[in-house]
Design a protein around this ligand. Structure first.
Ligand code: UDP
Ligand code: MN
Length: 280
């Protein structure tokens, strides 16, 4: 029987049969493609028997981390399908070898994904974090949500009360309300804490799954070349509230170099420029 989308029922609020999930690390792209031949190119999928309540864009900042991406995709497609998500994967790759800017890549992912589909929920995730429990819903909630609060590499402990890195979920409205991430954090660190300050400054608060449900695998790795620690974060974070009106989605400037729809993800390669004051 053919059911047209109009006749479909909305999916249940909570997908059935969710539980602990064992992350598979011994994988390859070929294995993932074989497992996911039902996908639309660009890494899009949606439940076929009901209409999902949210349309979710998953944004991954990226440069030179193929092995992690391979593992992420292998595990996350089945995970998201199990959660009956209507979703698309956007891998936003920084071109060139300037300092890495995770936050700006997230903003680019948001700006490009909304051109693609009517997304109303955005999950911004590192490429090296994979949930260990399917009850950790990759969705949007009443408040911006932090979902990387219980990582194996930190013994499943919350590192500090306001931590907001790794994986976060924002509805489209919530993300626009904070004007996205700051664009001026080059190198490692601080942009996640600054985003937390934006959320608070706009009168919102954050929420998290329980430490049990949020359990996740985070790969241990060295610091990447080009992503050295940013030593100038404290004054930036302190001024988050006043800067957020002019630094973020509304000041986002970049050049798309290419957009490629692979079977398992959409790769957006982008020139995001250089830090202000950069000299050759
Ligand atoms: N990242 C990347 N290439 C880099 C640096 C960072 O792809 O050279 C991305 C990747 O998604 C990574 C995220 O940015 O998971 C955060 O960086 P990192 O993993 O170094 O942060 P940490 O785990 O040390 O908090
Ligand atoms: Mn990492």
């Amino acid at each position: 029987m053919n059911i047209t989308p109009e006749e479909q029922k909305p999916c249940p609020e909570l997908p059935p049969n969710l539980g602990p999930y064992r992350v598979e690390t011994n994988v390859s792209f070929v294995m993932s493609v074989r497992q996911n031949e039902d996908m639309e190119f660009g890494g899009r999928s949606k439940p076929d028997t009901c209409t999902a309540l949210q349309k979710i864009a998953i944004v991954i900042p990226f440069r030179n981390r193929e092995p992690h991406l391979e593992v992420w995709l292998y595990n996350m497609h089945p995970f998201l399908k199990k959660q009956r998500a209507d979703y698309g994967i956007y891998v936003v790759e920084q071109n060139g070898d300037a300092k890495f800017n995770r936050a700006k890549l997230m903003n680019v992912g948001f700006a490009e994904a909304i051109k693609d589909y009517d997304y109303n929920c955005f999950i911004f995730t590192d490429v090296d974090i994979i949930p260990m429990d399917q009850r950790n819903l990759y969705r949007c909630f009443k408040n911006p949500r932090h979902m990387a609060n219980s990582l194996d590499k930190f013994n499943f402990k919350l590192r500090y009360k306001t931590v907001f890195g790794g994986v976060v979920a924002f509805s489209k409205e919530q993300f626009q309300k904070v004007n996205g991430f700051s664009n001026v954090f080059w190198g490692w660190g601080g942009e996640d804490d600054e985003l937390y300050q934006r959320v608070i400054a706009m009168g919102m608060s954050i929420e998290r799954p329980t430490q049990e449900i949020a359990k996740a695998k985070a790969f241990v790795h060295g610091r990447d070349t080009g992503n050295e620690r940013n030593v100038k974060t404290i004054p930036l974070i302190r001024k988050a509230k006043e800067r957020m009106k002019r630094d973020g989605l509304n000041s986002l400037d970049y050049k798309v170099i290419s957009i490629t729809k692979h079977r398992l993800y959409t790769k957006i390669t982008v020139d995001i420029g250089l830090p202000e004051g950069h000299l050759f």
